[in-house]
Design a protein around this ligand. Structure first.
Ligand code: IMP
Length: 180
């Protein structure tokens, strides 16, 4: 690992067991909601790839999977405030039920941007789910239907979330204790 990351102190705030238990609960609610409907599940890259793959395997309905790439942090632990699309969906969502799967909602800018670019494509519905939500960091409103865990306004890594692209593989969520 690079030298500047060697001194990061991590403190687990949500264990692997707690994450998996909560995912089962969310998936049960989503299965109820989308039973007998056809769903396009959208993974918001990169951060939600692990949450997405655990969640969709627990949802029992007719489903296709799509990927959209967005970036807002640009290798820093502060949001740049600017959201960029790095990969678009490669299928039309007109008339379809869409499930947007996010890793974390911080300022709300990314989810707000996503809803603004997808609504004009005329989906039948958009449901949003995020594993983590930092209510105290909110800058803009966005619709959030399901939240895994509300957390304080601290920088966290693991379970898909990164610091400079590291730590995504950790099976738990940890707070970084010593970032300026
Ligand atoms: P927002 O647009 O400010 O809501 O931020 C959304 C994106 O910022 C997420 O999809 C993450 O990629 C990233 N992000 C926000 N907070 C954190 C964090 O605590 N750790 C790692 N990434 C974060």
């Amino acid at each position: 690992m690079k030298n500047d990351l060697d001194n990061l102190q991590l403190k687990t705030i949500i264990t692997e067991k707690e994450i998996q238990k909560r995912i089962k609960e969310i998936a049960t609610a989503l299965t109820d909601k989308f039973q007998k409907k056809s769903l396009v599940a959208v993974c918001v890259l990169k951060g939600s790839f692990i949450f997405f793959s655990d969640l969709i395997r627990q949802i029992d309905c007719d489903m296709t999977c799509e990927f959209i790439g967005l970036s807002s942090y640009q290798n820093h632990h502060q949001s740049s405030g600017e959201v960029k699309m790095t990969l678009d969906l490669n299928t039309a969502i007109e008339g379809k039920h869409v499930l947007l799967v996010e890793d974390i909602i911080d300022t709300g800018l990314t989810m707000n941007y996503l809803q603004e670019i997808l609504q004009p494509r005329k989906p039948k519905s958009i449901t949003t789910v995020t594993l983590l939500h930092k209510p105290d960091a909110k800058k803009v409103d966005c619709k959030i239907d399901q939240v895994g865990f509300k957390i304080p306004n601290d920088f966290v890594v693991g379970y898909g979330l990164d610091y400079q692209n590291y730590y995504r593989h950790l099976p738990y969520i940890a707070r970084v204790e010593n970032l300026n």
